[in-house]
Ligand binder design. Structure first.
Ligand SMILES: NC(=O)c1ccc[n+]([C@@H]2O[C@H](COP(=O)([O-])OP(=O)(O)OC[C@H]3O[C@@H](n4cnc5c(N)ncnc54)[C@H](O)[C@@H]3O)[C@@H](O)[C@H]2O)c1
Length: 360
């Protein structure tokens, strides 16, 4: 398999290592020679022990085009769409857009959705990798195994101080130096921790409650040193089939808390990520029974390996692209609801979510 990764930053390194662990041929592309040099001499060897000489590095202007099985688009969100349209023309079998797929302006979304129709053979995914992780799989197994009845409430939270992100980018002085410091570019708590909203939407969809129909958003915006980001993003949600719940994302909480809680008629299930550096957890409370806690060993590299395995399954035909829980439409919905959340805050009212840009 041949993989091309656009963006030699933090996520580009994760995907490069995951693809190499799958035995895939890897090419990495960046507009910035310093980023390519940093990948080879600092990030990759520090994270994974040594540079892998088989990885080919190219400036964007000199990149090979066409013939790739998978292209990962790991640039910042606000520069994703123009490149994504160009990559569609290359017709890889899979195109993975990193999360969030779009900044809250949703600029380029309708055009990209239309362009996808001209390339029906390209499976477009969005990199919400928690959805293909073992803890999520375990939650689904436990819902099936236990007779919990109807889902009554759903809550998801990604509350995590962004200090660790800055530790992984020591060349940045602060949020103002990167898209992270600008919510309109897809940064801030709403964009950077959009895994929370996406997890909420995932379970709502998979348990039959459909799309988010209405949203109330409350944001805590910060304007300092030229940056303009939300440090807290709070969303109250209701789906088209009446499921009510909420999402909280912030870049403040230490120690971090990343969870989903599903309250059923007959008990509850909790999904936890990063309980320790090497463990996730799933906690089940079936009414009348002892609590069951399942500890799932994992590593950071494995999180991206699982995503590469999922892509491998799509490439081999084991999973149909239309069945992938990280397919384009699901990821795009996250950006669409986040946009509506910001608008709700600005207009101080509940917003009905409009999906016409991806339904057209
Ligand atoms: N799924 C996850 O868990 C996860 C983890 C980390 C990052 N991400 C996402 O990945 C994206 C990138 O984050 P990051 O931390 O790697 O950022 P980063 O700043 O470390 O890296 C981005 C790279 O893209 C390059 N770039 C910018 N414009 C480009 C262009 N037009 N063509 C080619 N390269 C270009 C930059 O030079 C930089 O090297 C973000 O959307 C982020 O949310 C996802």
């Amino acid at each position: 398999m041949k993989a091309k990764i656009i963006g030699a930053g933090s996520i580009g390194n994760h995907h490069a290592e995951a693809c190499r662990s799958m035995g895939w041929d890897v090419t990495v592309v960046d507009t910035d020679q310093a980023a390519l040099d940093r990948m080879k001499s600092e990030i990759y060897p520090k994270r994974y022990g040594a540079w892998d000489e088989s990885i080919k590095l190219f400036l964007s202007s000199e990149q090979p085009s066409g013939g790739f099985d998978v292209v990962y688009l790991g640039t910042p969100p606000h520069v994703r769409m123009k490149i994504a349209e160009e990559i569609l023309e290359e017709e890889p079998k899979v195109l993975l857009l990193e999360k969030p797929a779009f900044p809250p302006s949703l600029v380029g979304l309708a055009l990209f959705a239309a362009a996808m129709k001209k390339h029906p053979n390209v499976a477009v995914l969005v990199g919400f990798n928690h959805i293909v992780a073992n803890n999520t799989k375990k939650v689904h197994q436990l819902i099936e195994k236990n007779n919990l009845g109807k889902l009554l409430a759903l809550e998801a939270g990604i509350r995590s101080h962004w200090e660790n992100i800055f530790k992984a980018h020591p060349w940045l002085k602060g949020p103002e130096d990167t898209y992270l410091g600008y919510w309109k570019k897809g940064g801030g708590a709403g964009g950077e921790h959009s895994h929370g909203l996406n997890l909420w939407q995932h379970f709502a969809h998979e348990l039959g409650f459909g799309r988010v129909a209405e949203v109330q958003g409350m944001f805590d915006y910060v304007r300092e040193n030229g940056a303009d980001y939300d440090r807290q993003c709070l969303l109250n949600l209701v789906t088209e089939k009446g499921l009510v719940g909420r999402v909280v994302q912030d870049v403040l909480t230490q120690p971090k808390k990343k969870w989903v809680e599903l309250q059923f008629e007959g008990g509850s299930i909790e999904w936890w990520n990063d309980v320790t550096k090497t463990t996730d957890e799933v906690i089940v409370n079936v009414r009348g029974k002892e609590q069951e806690k399942i500890v799932i060993e994992k590593s950071r590299t494995e999180e991206f390996r699982k995503e590469a395995e999922h892509i491998g399954d799509i490439l081999s035909g084991k999973i149909k692209k239309s069945d992938s829980p990280i397919r384009f439409e699901r990821g795009a919905e996250t950006s669409i609801v986040l946009e509506a959340g910001h608008r709700s805050h600005g207009e101080k009212r509940t917003i009905a979510v409009d999906y016409s840009s991806i339904d057209a």
